[in-house]
Design a binder for this molecule. Sequence first.
Ligand code: UDP
Length: 243
Amino acid sequence: MRIQLLGAPIDALNMKETVSEIEEFLHKDSKPHFIITLNPEYLYRAQDNEELMKLIYEADLITPDGTGIVWAAKTTGSPVPERVTGIDLMLNLIPLAEQKGWGIFLLGAAPGVAEEAAGNLKKQYPRLNIVGTRDGYFKPHEEDKIVKEIAAAKPHLLFVALGMPRQEQWIYKYKEQLAVPVSMGVGGSFDVIAGRVERVSPWLQKLNLEWLGRLIKEPYRWKRQLVLPKFAWLVIKKYKLKI
Ligand code: UDP
Protein backbone atom coordinates (compact mmCIF):
# COMPACT_ATOMS: atom_id res chain seq x y z
CA MET A 1 0.00 0.00 0.00
CA ARG A 2 1.12 3.54 -0.71
CA ILE A 3 0.41 6.46 1.55
CA GLN A 4 0.70 10.16 0.73
CA LEU A 5 2.67 12.58 2.87
CA LEU A 6 3.25 16.23 2.00
CA GLY A 7 2.45 15.52 -1.63
CA ALA A 8 4.71 12.48 -1.93
CA PRO A 9 3.92 8.77 -2.17
CA ILE A 10 5.57 6.43 0.36
CA ASP A 11 5.35 2.63 0.38
CA ALA A 12 3.93 1.42 3.69
CA LEU A 13 6.06 -1.72 3.92
CA ASN A 14 8.24 -3.06 6.70
CA MET A 15 11.84 -4.10 6.09
CA LYS A 16 10.99 -7.70 5.28
CA GLU A 17 8.30 -6.73 2.79
CA THR A 18 10.62 -4.16 1.21
CA VAL A 19 13.32 -6.77 0.68
CA SER A 20 10.73 -9.17 -0.85
CA GLU A 21 9.55 -6.44 -3.20
CA ILE A 22 13.14 -5.85 -4.34
CA GLU A 23 13.58 -9.58 -4.85
CA GLU A 24 10.45 -9.45 -7.03
CA PHE A 25 12.00 -6.62 -9.10
CA LEU A 26 14.96 -8.86 -9.82
CA HIS A 27 12.81 -11.82 -10.85
CA LYS A 28 10.10 -9.97 -12.73
CA ASP A 29 11.91 -8.32 -15.64
CA SER A 30 15.19 -6.78 -16.62
CA LYS A 31 13.85 -3.21 -16.46
CA PRO A 32 16.00 -0.93 -14.30
CA HIS A 33 14.34 -0.18 -10.94
CA PHE A 34 15.17 2.75 -8.74
CA ILE A 35 14.58 3.00 -4.97
CA ILE A 36 14.44 6.16 -2.88
CA THR A 37 14.82 5.94 0.88
CA LEU A 38 12.90 9.11 1.62
CA ASN A 39 14.09 11.11 4.62
CA PRO A 40 12.59 14.31 6.07
CA GLU A 41 15.38 16.42 4.58
CA TYR A 42 14.64 15.24 1.04
CA LEU A 43 10.87 15.54 1.45
CA TYR A 44 11.23 19.04 2.90
CA ARG A 45 13.42 20.15 0.02
CA ALA A 46 11.07 18.57 -2.51
CA GLN A 47 8.24 20.89 -1.34
CA ASP A 48 9.55 23.70 -3.50
CA ASN A 49 11.73 21.72 -5.88
CA GLU A 50 9.77 20.14 -8.71
CA GLU A 51 12.69 18.06 -9.91
CA LEU A 52 13.17 16.39 -6.51
CA MET A 53 9.43 15.71 -6.23
CA LYS A 54 9.35 14.25 -9.74
CA LEU A 55 12.16 11.87 -8.80
CA ILE A 56 10.04 10.50 -5.94
CA TYR A 57 7.18 9.84 -8.38
CA GLU A 58 9.57 8.18 -10.82
CA ALA A 59 10.94 5.79 -8.18
CA ASP A 60 9.71 2.18 -8.15
CA LEU A 61 9.86 1.99 -4.36
CA ILE A 62 9.88 4.79 -1.78
CA THR A 63 10.78 3.76 1.77
CA PRO A 64 10.17 5.78 4.97
CA ASP A 65 13.72 6.70 5.94
CA GLY A 66 13.83 8.22 9.38
CA THR A 67 11.90 8.71 12.56
CA GLY A 68 10.56 12.03 11.26
CA ILE A 69 8.77 10.35 8.35
CA VAL A 70 7.38 7.56 10.54
CA TRP A 71 6.12 10.15 13.06
CA ALA A 72 4.55 12.35 10.36
CA ALA A 73 2.84 9.39 8.68
CA LYS A 74 1.36 8.25 12.00
CA THR A 75 0.31 11.71 13.15
CA THR A 76 -1.42 12.48 9.87
CA GLY A 77 -3.45 9.26 10.00
CA SER A 78 -1.69 7.05 7.44
CA PRO A 79 0.92 5.13 9.39
CA VAL A 80 3.83 3.15 7.95
CA PRO A 81 5.00 -0.03 9.73
CA GLU A 82 8.57 1.00 10.46
CA ARG A 83 11.63 2.99 9.44
CA VAL A 84 13.44 1.57 6.40
CA THR A 85 16.71 3.47 6.11
CA GLY A 86 19.25 3.24 3.30
CA ILE A 87 21.94 1.56 5.38
CA ASP A 88 19.55 -0.91 7.01
CA LEU A 89 18.05 -1.83 3.65
CA MET A 90 21.51 -2.28 2.14
CA LEU A 91 22.60 -4.47 5.06
CA ASN A 92 19.45 -6.56 4.68
CA LEU A 93 20.02 -7.01 0.94
CA ILE A 94 23.68 -8.06 1.22
CA PRO A 95 23.10 -11.54 2.77
CA LEU A 96 20.37 -12.20 0.21
CA ALA A 97 22.73 -11.09 -2.57
CA GLU A 98 25.31 -13.57 -1.26
CA GLN A 99 22.76 -16.35 -1.10
CA LYS A 100 21.35 -15.66 -4.57
CA GLY A 101 24.68 -14.89 -6.21
CA TRP A 102 23.61 -11.36 -7.17
CA GLY A 103 26.45 -9.10 -8.26
CA ILE A 104 26.80 -5.82 -6.38
CA PHE A 105 28.56 -2.58 -7.29
CA LEU A 106 29.51 0.14 -4.77
CA LEU A 107 29.78 3.66 -6.21
CA GLY A 108 30.63 6.64 -4.01
CA ALA A 109 32.41 8.00 -0.91
CA ALA A 110 36.01 9.20 -0.67
CA PRO A 111 38.78 7.36 -2.54
CA GLY A 112 39.49 4.00 -0.88
CA VAL A 113 36.29 3.88 1.20
CA ALA A 114 34.17 1.78 -1.21
CA GLU A 115 37.04 -0.77 -1.45
CA GLU A 116 37.34 -0.87 2.33
CA ALA A 117 33.59 -1.31 2.69
CA ALA A 118 33.72 -4.09 0.07
CA GLY A 119 36.56 -5.75 2.00
CA ASN A 120 34.57 -5.68 5.24
CA LEU A 121 31.47 -7.06 3.53
CA LYS A 122 33.56 -9.89 2.04
CA LYS A 123 34.90 -10.74 5.50
CA GLN A 124 31.37 -11.22 6.74
CA TYR A 125 29.92 -12.68 3.52
CA PRO A 126 32.78 -14.53 1.81
CA ARG A 127 30.73 -15.66 -1.19
CA LEU A 128 29.37 -12.15 -1.88
CA ASN A 129 29.90 -11.27 -5.54
CA ILE A 130 31.20 -7.68 -5.57
CA VAL A 131 31.60 -6.86 -9.25
CA GLY A 132 33.12 -3.41 -8.79
CA THR A 133 33.77 -0.32 -6.66
CA ARG A 134 34.48 3.30 -7.54
CA ASP A 135 34.86 6.42 -5.42
CA GLY A 136 32.41 9.30 -5.63
CA TYR A 137 34.84 12.14 -6.26
CA PHE A 138 34.82 12.30 -10.04
CA LYS A 139 34.58 15.13 -12.57
CA PRO A 140 31.51 15.51 -14.81
CA HIS A 141 33.57 14.51 -17.87
CA GLU A 142 34.39 11.15 -16.21
CA GLU A 143 30.75 10.20 -15.75
CA ASP A 144 30.31 8.55 -19.16
CA LYS A 145 33.24 6.26 -18.52
CA ILE A 146 31.97 5.37 -15.03
CA VAL A 147 28.50 4.57 -16.37
CA LYS A 148 30.03 2.29 -19.03
CA GLU A 149 32.23 0.63 -16.40
CA ILE A 150 29.21 -0.14 -14.21
CA ALA A 151 27.11 -1.35 -17.15
CA ALA A 152 29.94 -3.66 -18.26
CA ALA A 153 30.26 -5.12 -14.74
CA LYS A 154 26.54 -6.08 -14.94
CA PRO A 155 25.65 -5.84 -11.24
CA HIS A 156 22.18 -6.83 -10.04
CA LEU A 157 22.32 -4.20 -7.29
CA LEU A 158 23.97 -0.80 -7.48
CA PHE A 159 24.51 1.15 -4.23
CA VAL A 160 25.26 4.82 -4.78
CA ALA A 161 26.78 6.87 -1.93
CA LEU A 162 27.06 10.43 -3.27
CA GLY A 163 24.88 12.12 -0.65
CA MET A 164 21.28 13.11 -1.05
CA PRO A 165 19.85 14.29 -3.49
CA ARG A 166 22.79 13.96 -5.87
CA GLN A 167 22.78 10.17 -5.69
CA GLU A 168 19.08 10.04 -6.62
CA GLN A 169 19.58 12.53 -9.49
CA TRP A 170 22.58 10.55 -10.71
CA ILE A 171 20.78 7.21 -10.70
CA TYR A 172 17.78 8.67 -12.48
CA LYS A 173 19.89 10.40 -15.12
CA TYR A 174 21.81 7.25 -16.05
CA LYS A 175 19.24 4.57 -15.24
CA GLU A 176 18.66 3.36 -18.80
CA GLN A 177 22.35 3.39 -19.74
CA LEU A 178 23.35 1.62 -16.53
CA ALA A 179 20.71 -1.05 -17.14
CA VAL A 180 21.10 -2.28 -13.54
CA PRO A 181 17.97 -4.10 -12.27
CA VAL A 182 17.98 -2.33 -8.87
CA SER A 183 19.75 0.91 -7.87
CA MET A 184 19.49 2.90 -4.67
CA GLY A 185 21.16 5.83 -2.91
CA VAL A 186 22.71 5.00 0.46
CA GLY A 187 24.22 8.31 1.68
CA GLY A 188 27.03 7.84 4.16
CA SER A 189 26.65 4.03 4.43
CA PHE A 190 30.03 3.13 2.91
CA ASP A 191 31.79 5.27 5.55
CA VAL A 192 29.99 3.28 8.26
CA ILE A 193 30.61 -0.14 6.65
CA ALA A 194 34.27 0.76 6.08
CA GLY A 195 34.49 1.61 9.79
CA ARG A 196 35.40 5.26 9.16
CA VAL A 197 32.26 6.58 10.83
CA GLU A 198 30.70 4.81 13.75
CA ARG A 199 26.95 4.25 13.62
CA VAL A 200 24.82 5.56 16.46
CA SER A 201 24.35 2.86 19.14
CA PRO A 202 21.38 0.53 18.81
CA TRP A 203 19.78 1.76 22.07
CA LEU A 204 19.63 5.33 20.73
CA GLN A 205 18.26 4.00 17.43
CA LYS A 206 15.57 2.11 19.35
CA LEU A 207 14.60 5.26 21.22
CA ASN A 208 14.20 6.96 17.82
CA LEU A 209 17.12 9.23 18.69
CA GLU A 210 19.49 8.36 15.86
CA TRP A 211 19.39 12.02 14.78
CA LEU A 212 20.63 13.06 18.25
CA GLY A 213 23.43 10.50 18.19
CA ARG A 214 24.54 11.69 14.75
CA LEU A 215 24.50 15.26 15.96
CA ILE A 216 26.80 14.35 18.86
CA LYS A 217 29.14 12.21 16.74
CA GLU A 218 29.21 14.52 13.72
CA PRO A 219 28.52 18.01 15.14
CA TYR A 220 29.25 19.66 11.77
CA ARG A 221 25.90 18.27 10.66
CA TRP A 222 23.92 20.63 12.93
CA LYS A 223 23.01 22.97 10.06
CA ARG A 224 21.57 20.10 8.04
CA GLN A 225 19.64 18.86 11.06
CA LEU A 226 17.85 22.19 11.41
CA VAL A 227 15.57 20.86 8.73
CA LEU A 228 14.04 18.37 11.21
CA PRO A 229 12.13 20.94 13.31
CA LYS A 230 11.21 22.78 10.10
CA PHE A 231 9.84 19.52 8.68
CA ALA A 232 7.84 18.86 11.85
CA TRP A 233 6.42 22.39 11.77
CA LEU A 234 5.45 22.04 8.13
CA VAL A 235 3.56 18.81 8.92
CA ILE A 236 1.78 20.50 11.85
CA LYS A 237 0.77 23.49 9.68
CA LYS A 238 -0.20 21.59 6.51
CA TYR A 239 -2.32 19.04 8.35
CA LYS A 240 -3.69 21.59 10.88
CA LEU A 241 -2.57 19.42 13.80
CA LYS A 242 -3.19 20.54 17.37
CA ILE A 243 -0.13 20.94 19.54
N1 UDP B 1 30.30 11.99 -1.41
C1 UDP B 1 30.83 11.59 -2.62
N2 UDP B 1 31.09 12.53 -3.57
C2 UDP B 1 30.85 13.86 -3.38
C3 UDP B 1 30.27 14.25 -2.13
C4 UDP B 1 30.01 13.29 -1.16
O1 UDP B 1 31.06 10.40 -2.83
O2 UDP B 1 31.10 14.64 -4.28
C5 UDP B 1 30.04 10.96 -0.39
C6 UDP B 1 30.65 11.25 0.97
O3 UDP B 1 32.03 10.87 0.97
C7 UDP B 1 29.78 10.37 1.86
C8 UDP B 1 28.43 10.39 1.15
O4 UDP B 1 28.67 10.90 -0.14
O5 UDP B 1 30.28 9.05 1.89
C9 UDP B 1 27.39 11.30 1.79
O6 UDP B 1 27.28 11.06 3.12
P1 UDP B 1 26.22 11.80 4.06
O7 UDP B 1 26.34 11.18 5.39
O8 UDP B 1 26.34 13.28 3.93
O9 UDP B 1 24.87 11.35 3.34
P2 UDP B 1 23.38 11.48 3.76
O10 UDP B 1 22.95 10.07 4.03
O11 UDP B 1 23.25 12.35 4.95
O12 UDP B 1 22.76 12.03 2.52
